[in-house]
Design a protein around this ligand. Structure first.
Ligand code: SF4
Length: 451
């Protein structure tokens, strides 16, 4: 694969605020007026399960996650009791005999859990759901404090994917963000997950962190490449001190916008130069990894965990703040642990916000997912799938693409719309043209920059 070349001018021009389209409409549209799930007779889509495990031992200063920092190890056992209650309350709304094809543990730090707690979580899942033998079961892993026993507990619970939080290997950057994690610690974690049979091992990196320079980030990329991850996610640091006040400590050392764009440019050129396929937005994968294969054969999907290789699944999130998407409806749980526990103590589902998609939402959702995931919209195919004439329904949206076509982000062909390799980087910008809600929100300045 040829390295992708991107100019700073293009990065500057398209560095605009926008949603990440893990849902449509974005979660900012969820309200307290929503209808609960209903069990539907007939079609039983496969299930994807997400478990939010919020605890962390320390606060990383760049963090934007919904987490709880605590030194009290026993809090995770209590949390598991509540997860169990939630599963029991939710079961009547789920087709428990539907195949579970995907499981994801996110956080916080899932590996905050003791090894016996990881085993207990595995038992909870397997005793309440029908897990397909081919399940893709992944866990976010903090290499710090990881033990071989924890990885073995995950393996025995059926986990076969791992995502390691790396961020940056430079000692100065690590000190500044308050996350000390020598490369040897990452190498050890990588070795353990591979020894335990985990495939599609992903590393998360972040660009735009304080004290990062082009030289230091170049070295970070060289360092992680020595460990040959199957996938890499290179996220933009999101500075949101009005939500996460501890991020203020980083303010004086943040790279300026120009340097941040150069860091991204460097990452794209180095990783594609090293043979990784650029999937889109922040994701890279080896050509033989399932994600790159799914991109090539048009089966890539997008959900709250980012890109996914599974299609047509109902997503059920468990734990505080988690989001579900099933049957054209979205639901979100209580964001704070106190109200989350209280709801379950009262025997209530902890779901407090949601959204019932309209027909227009469903059509636009499908169009946006085709653009974000397949990087190609086949007009005849999508028209048949959606039951509308695509070029007619989206006449105005398609006409608005002229400037993006001129800049080489896409090609409007006779039978379809094609995102170019350069357009993958700005795929959110293309998707935004099909978003009926966006104009008002852009005016309200609600989103982070696309880069
Ligand atoms: S370990 Fe992850 S969730 Fe916890 S503070 Fe650090 S970045 Fe945030």
């Amino acid at each position: 694969m040829n390295p992708i070349q991107v100019s700073l001018e293009q990065l500057r021009k398209y560095n605009q605020p926008g949603p990440r389209y893990t849902s449509y409409p974005p979660a900012t549209h969820f309200t307290e007026n929503f209808e609960l799930f209903h069990t539907c007779a007939g079609v039983k889509p496969p299930l994807s399960l997400y478990f939010h495990l919020p605890f962390c031992k320390r606060q990383c200063l760049y963090c934007g996650c919904t987490n709880i920092v605590t030194s009290q190890q026993d809090r995770s056992a209590v949390y598991l009791d509540y997860l169990q209650k939630e599963i029991e309350l939710r079961r009547p709304y789920l087709d428990a005999d539907s195949d579970v094809v995907q499981i994801q543990l996110g956080g916080g730090t899932p590996t905050f859990l003791l090894e016996e707690e990881l085993s207990r979580l595995g038992e909870l899942i397997h005793s309440n759901f029908t897990v397909n033998p081919q399940v893709e079961a992944g866990a976010e892993i903090d290499p710090r404090g990881l033990t071989l026993e924890k990885v073995q507990a995950l393996q025995q619970a059926g986990f076969n994917r791992a995502s390691l939080g790396v961020q940056d290997t430079n000692p100065t950057v690590q000190k500044t963000i308050s996350r000390i994690q020598p490369l040897e610690v990452v190498a050890q974690a990588n070795q353990w997950v591979r020894d335990c049979g985990m495939t599609s091992v992903n590393f998360d990196l972040i660009y735009g962190l304080p004290a990062q320079t082009l030289d230091s980030f170049s070295q970070t990329i060289d360092d992680v490449l020595t460990l040959s991850p199957d996938r890499l996610a290179v996220y933009s640091y999101a500075h949101i001190p009005w939500i996460k006040p501890f991020q203020k400590a980083l303010e004086s050392k943040l790279p300026n916008t120009e340097t941040k764009l150069q860091l991204l440019q460097l990452a794209i050129e180095k990783l594609t130069g090293a043979g990784y396929v650029y999937i889109g937005m922040d994701h890279f994968a080896k050509p033989d990894d399932a994600m790159a294969v799914a991109l090539a054969d048009g089966t890539l999907q997008r959900n709250f965990q980012g890109y996914s290789t599974l299609k047509g699944v109902d997503l059920h999130g468990f734990g505080m703040s988690s989001i579900s998407h099933a049957g054209g409806r979205y639901f979100q749980s209580e964001k704070e642990i106190g109200p989350y526990y209280q709801a379950l103590d009262d025997g209530r589902l902890p779901l407090v916000r949601g959204y019932n998609m309209t027909d227009d939402d469903k059509i636009r959702y499908a169009a946006i997912m085709h653009i974000m995931c397949n990087l190609y919209v086949d007009y005849a195919k999508i028209s048949a799938e959606l039951g509308v004439d695509f070029t007619d329904y989206f006449k105005a949206d398609l006409a608005s693409l002229e400037d993006l076509e001129k800049d080489g982000l896409l090609q409007r062909e006779e039978n379809g719309l094609r995102v170019t390799p350069l357009g993958r980087l700005f795929v959110r910008i293309i998707a935004m043209r099909f978003d009926a809600y966006l104009q008002a929100e852009q005016r309200a300045g609600r989103y982070s920059q696309t880069v």
